[in-house]
Design a protein around this ligand. Structure first.
Ligand SMILES: Nc1ncnc2c1ncn2[C@@H]1O[C@H](COP(=O)(O)OP(=O)(O)OP(=O)(O)O)[C@@H](O)[C@H]1O
Ligand SMILES: [Mg+2]
Length: 470
């Protein structure tokens, strides 16, 4: 290849020199014919003109040849830095211009490459899964979120291998066939069903890798769940209110009609009505209390609470009720118990609910043991915490119910809880108050033996951290 190139260059060089010398040769020939210039002088002149042209053209030609091979070398290896060896100033100027051009295009190329790298980094960091598809519906590339959702090694596989949903495949086929972009919603089955929406849009122009469409997925499971929870909450609240309301309406009609002249029935019905009205009032109070706590949940309380006196006063207040079921509330505190960071009213609501449950669901003639100790659980940003355990000896709660106990209106035995006057909001209130206090609630229970509800609360900053367990 170089010798062939050299041969071409030599032929070109001789041809160019001859063409440039030709006018002088022709002029000399004309002078020999038309004037008295001797043929020998004319031939000598022509040969001299040709030699001079050769000599003048040689460095320029050699220079241009080196420029060309230098530029060839640079296009083959962008990092090469060839040196021009030529005596021709013109060749040097062309070389300088050529290398400037090469450098500028190399910089532009680097800038494009950097843009491509950052565009890929942005795609891979997108929180939503993203797939690029070619016209045969093959996955050209996928970002990290897509690999997390659909599994690794997605590239080069058909979309159907990653997402087996007919709706989304039909949508992708339509867009690949030229239809406008679209959004389709679908459910992804698995251990936990997920609700997703897929946006499929054509890519114009196609990417250098051959992708002609982009598919992005958005997981709206959390939104759908919270919508469902909100709808359930509204349905549950109205159902809970409607039951006592229906009974009140029924009794009012009875009092106006059949029982209008029956003072004994009236007294009995009014007692039931008062109970139902009280139940409605309790429900409304609990709902208001829950929404108030939720509103402030992001703001931790600033006060300090002496739990010993809070627990003692609740135990006093509930003593009668406990005694009516043959029960006793036994309190055990460590010596030198530190204050906890909190709101006394809210904490008293927490323990009222837990004591109330222990009385309601504990067995007759058993004791309720309330024990305060140092908490083994580290609460974030807090040096120490107290664990307040409320133990009853009741029927206990089956394991499958434990994770749902703090949901609003969740009851293990709905009819029984209602009969006992419960709204099913007690533990939901407890959970939100504890959350606001940046604490934890642990529930442990054994069917037939009883339950332990343990509240972990951070110790107030200025209180001594350690407690002596009794
Ligand atoms: N100590 C316990 N032992 C057995 N089951 C319990 C205990 N505490 C709560 N539960 C179960 O958890 C459910 C939810 O309790 P929660 O305190 O939220 O509602 P409630 O007691 O029914 O009503 P409310 O507290 O509004 O009067 C109860 O209905 C009951 O089934
Ligand atoms: Mg309760």
């Amino acid at each position: 290849m170089p010798s062939q190139g050299q041969g071409v260059w030599s032929t070109r060089f001789i041809a160019a020199a001859l063409i440039l010398a030709l006018p002088s040769v022709l002029v000399l020939a004309a002078l020999a014919v038309l004037t008295d210039l001797s043929v020998l002088d004319a031939v000598l002149g022509a040969v001299s003109a040709a030699i001079l042209t050769f000599l003048m053209l040689r460095p320029l030609f050699n220079g241009l040849r080196s420029v060309r091979s230098g530029l060839d070398e640079m296009s083959e290896d962008p990092e090469a830095t060839p040196v021009l060896r030529s005596a021709s100033p013109l060749a040097h100027e062309v070389w300088a211009a050529g290398t400037r051009l090469a450098r500028a295009s190399r910089q532009r190329l680097k800038a494009r490459e950097a843009e491509l790298v950052s565009a890929r980094a942005v795609l891979s960091a997108l929180p939503d899964p993203l797939l690029l598809l070619d016209e045969k519906r093959r996955i050209v590339s996928a970002n990290l979120a897509a690999a997390e959702l659909l599994g690794p090694r997605l590239a080069d596989r058909d979309l159907a291998a990653a997402l087996r949903n007919p709706t989304i495949l039909a949508g992708a086929d339509a867009v690949l066939a030229g239809a406008p972009g679209r959004v389709v919603e679908f459910d992804l089955s698995g251990p936990v069903e997920r609700h997703l929406s897929a946006r499929i849009a054509p890519l114009n122009p196609r990417t250098p890798e051959g992708a002609v469409a982009v598919l992005t997925l958005h997981d709206f499971t959390a939104l759908k769940r919270s919508e469902q929870m909100r709808a359930d909450f509204v349905a549950n609240s109205s159902h809970e209110l409607r039951t006592p309301l229906a009974s009140l309406i029924g009794f009012i009609e009875t009092l106006r009609g059949p029982a209008a002249d029956d003072p004994q029935a009236q007294a009995r019905f009014l007692a039931i009505m008062a109970e139902q009205a009280g139940r409605m009032a309790r429900l409304v109070d609990d709902l208001l209390s829950l929404s108030r706590i939720e509103m402030n949940e992001h703001l931790p309380p600033t006060g300090q609470v002496d739990l010993a006196s809070v627990l003692a006063s609740i135990a006093d207040a509930l003593e009668q009720r406990a005694a009516s079921r043959g029960m006793r509330i036994e309190l055990t505190f460590p010596s030198g118990m530190p204050r906890v960071a909190g709101d006394a009213d809210e904490l008293s609501q927490v323990f009222q609910n837990l004591f109330d449950n222990a009385i309601k669901y504990g067995r007759l003639n058993t004791s309720i043991e309330v024990r305060v100790a140092s908490s083994p659980r580290i609460l974030p940003g807090r040096p120490a915490a107290l664990a307040i355990a409320v133990r009853d000896h009741g029927e206990g709660i089956a394991r499958e119910h434990l994770p749902r106990l703090t949901e609003r209106f969740y009851r293990v035995d709905v009819a029984r809880s209602r009969d006992l006057g419960g709204t099913g909001l007690g533990l939901a209130i407890v959970k939100h108050i504890i959350n606001r206090h940046r604490g934890y609630l642990d529930i442990d229970s054994e069917v037939g033996k009883g339950s332990v509800f343990t509240v972990h609360l951070p110790v107030a900053a200025s209180s001594p951290a350690g407690v002596t367990n009794p």
